[in-house]
Design a protein around this ligand. Structure first.
Ligand code: SF4
Length: 249
């Protein structure tokens, strides 16, 4: 993609491919907490962690709370989350002294049923994810300069090339930085951090759920293999679309 050199992101960071590569190289050498501190300094309230309260998200929220960084946090509440996930959100907010904004879809489940038919996720999960996850996220990202994620490279074949810092364009044409501060962490590192600090986690992980999304589209898979294998069984779908709609530089 050809990006004009004079086109600057809202934070005034240079957006040439060379500048982004150089910045990414510097951030690769820093520990995750320093990467988050960099984002807080660079973007302030214009940066926020998007989390579904899985391992990496819990670690990121903990590092932010530990260092009292002025970063926001949000989650996509589709209306179909497991009760365990909602309970974990409340527990983390209380324990870490943070607030995680819940982003909700335009349509309630009843409205979606009337407009698109009942149990859309059983017939067209792409459309269901678009309505319940992608659109609320797109609206939120249009208000941010930097989206901080819990993406890790070893999570799935679709994520192996994730950079620590990436530059994207939103559908409206705005620059948006994406920071994946734990991209190079292994699953073992994430869980070692959670155990070492006695952090709360989703009890479904102890029941064989490795990647946890909506209760309608997630099943237990046990150990081994692709961490996201238990999502959208039978559909050949591996991503809900929230990490694929941006135009990567
Ligand atoms: S994960 Fe399933 S229920 Fe949740 S938004 Fe996507 S298709 Fe719909």
């Amino acid at each position: 993609m050809n990006i004009p050199e004079e086109n600057l992101a809202p934070s005034s960071l240079a957006t040439t491919p060379e500048a982004v590569r150089e910045l990414n190289g510097r951030l690769e050498k820093l520990p995750a907490a320093e990467r988050l501190a960099w984002a807080a300094e660079q973007f302030g309230a214009g940066a926020a962690i998007g989390t579904s309260f899985q391992g990496a998200g819990i670690v990121a929220l903990h590092l932010v709370a530990q260092r009292k960084l002025s970063l926001g946090a949000f989650t996509l509440d589709t209306g179909l989350l497991f009760p365990e996930t909602l309970a974990l959100q409340a527990e983390l907010e209380a324990r870490l002294g943070i607030r995680v904004e819940s982003l909700r879809p335009d349509y309630s489940l009843a409205e979606q049923g009337k407009l698109f038919g009942e149990k859309l996720w059983e017939r067209d999960p792409d459309l269901c994810c678009e309505l319940r996850k992608v659109q609320p996220l797109q609206d939120k990202l249009e208000t941010l300069d930097c989206w901080i994620t819990g993406v890790r490279r070893e999570q799935a074949a679709t994520r192996t090339d994730a950079g620590i810092l990436e530059l994207n364009k939103t559908p409206s044409g705005r620059w948006l930085w994406k920071l994946n501060p734990l991209a190079d962490w292994t699953r073992e590192q994430v869980w070692a951090h959670i155990r070492a600090h006695g952090l709360p986690y989703n009890p479904l992980h102890d029941q064989g759920y490795r990647s946890i999304g909506c209760r309608t589209c997630t099943r237990a898979v046990g150990e081994g293999g692709d961490e996201r294998a238990g999502r959208w069984t039978g559909f050949g779908k591996k991503e809900c679309g929230i990490h694929t709609f941006l135009q990567k530089q």
